[in-house]
Design a protein around this ligand. Structure first.
Ligand code: PBG
Length: 332
């Protein structure tokens, strides 16, 4: 915890002195954004020539592989060096086979990106909800997601991603023990240097609404409350994080970001480990919608929000604003 210094009072102390000019303000700014802070999510569909805007996320697209490669080129030019992949398969089934298929959408994409853009850091979201017909993040039996049966599939998916070139694995399912299960399988197969960024404190949140349109992954019955966290809890978030670290997570994530800045801050205060925050779809869409109506200045609100997430303690931010924010940083 930081210590409060004893200060002489007003009128000797005038805190406004250092706010007087922009040079002073810039010099003493405690938090600033850099392009290196951002991870940009991409949604990949089968086919060719596809670039379909996600109606609830203006400026974000479902893209086929050819357009994803074009996108990587643009990202390189802008200075974004890290992406997070989400795959939307053509066929879904009960056990999400597409997630660990050698010719699955992510596997094909990984091979193509790593061939043309070897410098790009490619992270894959490891989950089953995009691949299962019921839209849940694991194996469903008796209308309940079965934890331990799901672990095997997640480990298989993670290994398949690593074998096809993933630089980092990001499990987002919220099953108990999945970080350990994935770490074990990666290590046993020679991927002991592949980091795991765990979605550790992932809350069951209405802010994921637009993403489920983007990834076509809405649960077909019930909700995700039996595995994702209750948004009233932050002590429990710290238990999740402690366990993931024990199981071998290299980076822990808090998600969503904006309504959970306190959880980010508590994580920062309690653990000495890199922290990622996911500035999720609904947080993006709210700003876009209000800006489109002229109710807020979208660009300024974007920078304020991203800075706040970093100020709270995030080392990296996964955000749909990555491109816009990076362009703005370049201009400055
Ligand atoms: C998959 C997953 C989700 C998000 C990231 N990975 C959706 C969910 O859990 O329903 C949400 C991302 C966003 O809203 O931007 N489990």
């Amino acid at each position: 915890m930081s210590k409060m210094q004893i200060q002489p009072g007003f009128p000797v102390t005038r805190i406004r002195r250092l706010r007087k000019t922009s040079v002073l303000r810039d010099m003493f700014r405690e938090t600033s954004l850099s392009k290196k802070d951002f991870i940009y999510p991409l949604f990949i569909v089968e086919g060719a020539g596809i670039k379909k805007e996600i109606s609830s996320m203006p400026g974000q697209f479902q893209m086929s592989l050819d357009n994803v490669l074009r996108e990587c080129e643009e990202l390189q030019t802008i200075g974004i060096s890290s992406i997070l992949l989400f795959g939307i398969p053509e066929m879904k089934d009960e056990v999400g086979s597409g997630a660990y298929d050698e010719n699955g959408i992510i596997q094909k994409t990984l091979r193509a990106i790593k061939k043309d853009f070897s410098e790009m850091m490619v992270i894959t979201d490891v989950c089953l909800c995009e691949y299962t017909s019921h839209g849940h993040c694991g194996v469903v039996e008796n209308e309940y997601v079965q934890n331990d049966k799901t672990l095997e599939l997640l480990a298989k998916e993670a290994l398949s991603h690593a074998q096809n070139g993933a630089d980092m694995i990001a499990p987002s399912d919220m099953m108990d023990g999945r970080v350990g299960a994935i770490r074990q399988v990666l290590d046993a197969n020679g991927f002991d240097e592949t980091p795991i960024m765990a979605y550790s404190a992932k809350f069951s949140s209405a802010f994921y609404g637009p993403f489920r349109e983007a990834a076509e992954s809405a649960p077909q019955f019930s909700d995700r409350k039996s595995y994702q966290m209750d948004y009233g809890n932050s002590d429990e978030a710290l238990r999740e994080i402690a366990l993931d670290i024990q199981e071998g997570a290299d980076i822990v994530m808090v998600k969503p970001a904006l309504s959970y800045l306190d959880v980010i801050q508590r994580t920062k205060e309690n653990f000495n480990i890199p922290i990622a925050a996911y500035n999720v779809s609904g947080e993006y869409s709210m700003i876009k919608a209000a800006a489109m109506r002229g109710w807020i200045d979208g660009e300024k609100v974007m920078v304020e929000v991203l800075t706040a997430i970093k100020r709270a303690g995030a080392d990296v931010i996964i955000t749909y604003f990555a491109k816009e924010a990076s362009k703005l940083i370049s201009k400055e």
